[in-house]
Design a binder for this molecule. Sequence first.
Ligand code: HEC
Length: 143
Amino acid sequence: MSPNGIVYSDAFKSWKVISMSTLYDKSMRVIYGNDIAVKAIGDEQFQPWPDGAVVVKAVWEQIENQYGEVRPGKFINAQFMVKDAAKYKDTEGWGFAKFNGDNLTPTGKNAQFAVTSCISCHRQLAKPTGFLFNVPLALNPAK
Ligand code: HEC
């Protein structure tokens, strides 16, 4: 359980994939949305996102074989964003959680971690899309 009460669940493994990304640190990520999040994307409802929307980003090491085929390697972490406007007032209505490694060790000593380590950056760079980056490019003014 994350210090702000968000509990890890692997239900996201059967959700729709809404995006994927990779980074200079050679990690690869798949971003999943629950039904409420997927519907919000279809309806272009990002200001604000509806309560109950949940988006999970799962991150793996990126491995490449001798033929240049790139695949996910070791699991690194799973990051959650859970929309509940009343519950997560300090972080724009999004509850953040991060579970690391095979033991799913939660990030943060107390609930304050989401204010200092998560929303700070999402607030700065993803405000036009309701503080969530991975919306379809055509709908993203910050592309
Ligand atoms: C330095 C900036 C930065 C910080 C700090 C940050 N994020 Fe993000 N986050 C991003 C960017 C950029 C993306 C989109 C790229 C991607 O998905 O790989 C993203 C994507 C996400 C996503 C997928 C949904 C979306 O917004 O597209 C989740 C979930 C997420 N972050 C959770 C967290 C959590 C939890 C924390 C704190 C432990 C955190 N983030 C801290 C920059 C940041």
